[in-house]
Design a protein around this ligand. Structure first.
Ligand code: GLU
Length: 445
C-alpha cells in the first residue's frame, strides 16, 4: 500500500509552492489507491499556531486534497524520546557543547584554509571528565547524529535519478537543541518509519536532508522510503519571487480562482505533459507519473492561472456555482453568460445587465430610427421561442441591414456594451418589457 504524507509546519498559511507539494503527494496516493497523510510538523511550540493548523486543513479541503489521516508531531514527543535514547545508547547520537559563536569561528577558520566548513567532531574527543566539568559549569549539550563515514549515501530519486553523497563531506547534523527541543530531521524520519510512509515527495531544497535521513533510517535498522524531489517553482520572471512565497489560497480565492484551476495548473507545471484545464481532476490523477517531471525549475505564471481558470469556469455546472450567484439567477442565465466569464463572480455583472437599468451610450443619430423600428418589432414578435432570431430577421427584412450595423446598435441599446454573451441566450432573460423600454429610450423616443 502506497503511503504519502504532506508535512507542513503550521507557522504560516500554505502558498503555491507547498500547495504543489501537497497536490503531488495526494495525486500519487490516489493514483495507486494509497493513503495520503497530513502531518502537522509542530515541534516548534514557539512558532507553531493553531490558527495556521486550521487554515491548512481548510485550504486542503477547499482544494479537494482531503487527507486520509492526520498526525501531529507535538503528540509524539515520548516516541521521539524513546528512539533518541536507543540511538544514543547505540552510539549514533552524541552530545556537543560548542556555542553558536564557537561553531561560527570554526567554519570561518575552515573556509580561510580553503576547507569545507564541516563540523570537526571535537565533541567526540571529550572525556567523561571533560563533559562532567562542562555540565558542572551549567553548559547544556545539544545533540548531533553521528554519520557513518564508511557508509556511502546513495539513492535512486524518482525525479532526479541516481544521487550520491559522501558522508565525510557532511557535518553530523544537530538533531536536538540544548533546551531539549527537536530539530526537524530525526522526528521526521521516525514518523516516516512509524507511519509506514512509502514515498516522500518534497522540494529539492530537502535533497541534503534526505542524504542525512537515509543514515538515520539505517541507524534505526529500517529500509528507507522512496524519495522524489521536485524542482522548485519560480515566478514568471524566472526568479523565486516574493509574491510566490506569499501567494496563498485566500488571495487566489479572492481573485476568483477556482480550486480546479490551481489543481489543473500545478498538476502539470514542470512536467512534460500539457496543462489540461479540468473541473474534475480524475484524469489528471490517473495520468500522474514522476517520470514526467523535469529537473528544471517550474515557472508559475499568474496569467496562465487566470487563463486556466476561465476555461474551468466555462465547464462549471449551475449546481456547482448556484450558491455564489445573485438571487434569481437561474440555470438558463448561468449557461447564457458562462462562456464570457473569467471568474464566477463576473456572472453578477451580467445579471445586473439582464435586470437593468443599463447605462447605454448615446446611439449614433443614424441608428435612432433603426432602434425605434426595433422597439416596434420587439412589441409584436413571439417571445416564446427565439426572440433574438425573430427580431433580427424582421429588422433585416425591414431595413436591409446586415452584419455589424444590424447587430451592434441592438447589443449596445440592450446591454450597454459592445461585447458579451450570445444575444440569443441573453435576450430571453432580459424579456420583452425591458427590451422594448431599452430600445425605446435609445431611439430618442
Ligand atoms: N516540515 C517540513 C517542511 O515544511 C517537512 C519537510 C518534509 O517533507 O519532510 O519543510
Amino acid at each position: 500500500m502506497i503511503v504519502t504524507r504532506f508535512a507542513p509546519s503550521p507557522t504560516g498559511t500554505l502558498h503555491v509552492g507547498n500547495i504543489r507539494t501537497a497536490l503531488h503527494n495526494w495525486m500519487f496516493a490516489r493514483a495507486h489507491g494509497g493513503r495520503f497523510v497530513l502531518r502537522i510538523d509542530d515541534t516548534d511550540a514557539q512558532r507553531s499556531e493553531e490558527r495556521f493548523v486550521d487554515a491548512i486543513r481548510a485550504d486542503l479541503a477547499w482544494l479537494g486534497l482531503v487527507p486520509d489521516a492526520e498526525e501531529r508531531q507535538s503528540a509524539r514527543f515520548e516516541r521521539y524520546e524513546a528512539v533518541f535514547d536507543e540511538l544514543r545508547v547505540a552510539g549514533h547520537i552524541y552530545p556537543a557543547y560548542e556555542t553558536a559563536q564557537e561553531l561560527d569561528l570554526k567554519r570561518k577558520i575552515a573556509r580561510g584554509r580553503g576547507l569545507p566548513p564541516v563540523y570537526d567532531r571535537a565533541a567526540l574527543a571529550l572525556s567523561d571528565a571533560d563533559r562532567a566539568a562542562l555540565e558542572a559549569d551549567g553548559t547544556r549539550p545539544h545533540w548531533r547524529f553521528r554519520l557513518d563515514h564508511d557508509a556511502p549515501i546513495a539513492w535512486d530519486d524518482l525525479i532526479r535519478g541516481a544521487q550520491a553523497f559522501d558522508p565525510r563531506t557532511m557535518s553530523d547534523p544537530v538533531i536536538r537543541r540544548a533546551d531539549g527541543s527537536w530539530l526537524y530531521m530525526l522526528p521526521s524520519a521516525i514518523d516516516d518509519r512509524d507511519m509506514g510512509v512509502t514515498h516522500v515527495v518534497r522540494g529539492e531544497d530537502h535533497v541534503t536532508n534526505t542524504a542525512l535521513q537515509l543514515q538515520m533510517f539505517a541507524a534505526m535498522g529500517v529500509a528507507p522510503p522512496a524519495f522524489a524531489h521536485e524542482a522548485l517553482l519560480t515566478g514568471a520572471e524566472g526568479k523565486l519571487s516574493k509574491r510566490l512565497g506569499s501567494l496563498g489560497v485566500e488571495a487566489l480565492r479572492d481573485e476568483g480562482i477556482e480550486p480546479a484551476a490551481i489543481v489543473s495548473l500545478l498538476a502539470r507545471l514542470g512536467t512534460s505533459q500539457p496543462v489540461e484545464p479540468l473541473a474534475d481532476p480524475a484524469p489528471l490523477v490517473a495520468a500522474f507519473d514522476f517520470a514526467h517531471f523535469g529537473r528544471a525549475p517550474a515557472r508559475f505564471d499568474e496569467r496562465e492561472l487566470a487563463q486556466v481558470n476561465a476555461r474551468i469556469v466555462h465547464q462549471l455546472a449551475y449546481d456547482a456555482v448556484a450558491d455564489r450567484l445573485p438571487p434569481g439567477m437561474d440555470a438558463a442565465a448561468w449557461e447564457a453568460v458562462r462562456p464570457n466569464l473569467a471568474t464566477v463572480a463576473e456572472a453578477a455583472d451580467w445579471w445586473a445587465v439582464v435586470e437593468g437599468p443599463v447605462d447605454a451610450p448615446a446611439p449614433d443619430p443614424d441608428d435612432a430610427a433603426y432602434l425605434r423600428e426595433a422597439a416596434a418589432i420587439a412589441r409584436t414578435i413571439d417571445w416564446g421561442a427565439d426572440p433574438w432570431h425573430a427580431l433580427t430577421a424582421a429588422l433585416k427584412d425591414a431595413t436591409g441591414r446586415k452584419g455589424k450595423p444590424l447587430f451592434l446598435p441592438l447589443r449596445r441599446a440592450l446591454t450597454g456594451r459592445d461585447h458579451g454573451p450570445d444575444m440569443a441566450a441573453l435576450l430571453p432573460l432580459i424579456g420583452r418589457e425591458r427590451a422594448v423600454a431599452r430600445l425605446d429610450s435609445n431611439s430618442g423616443a
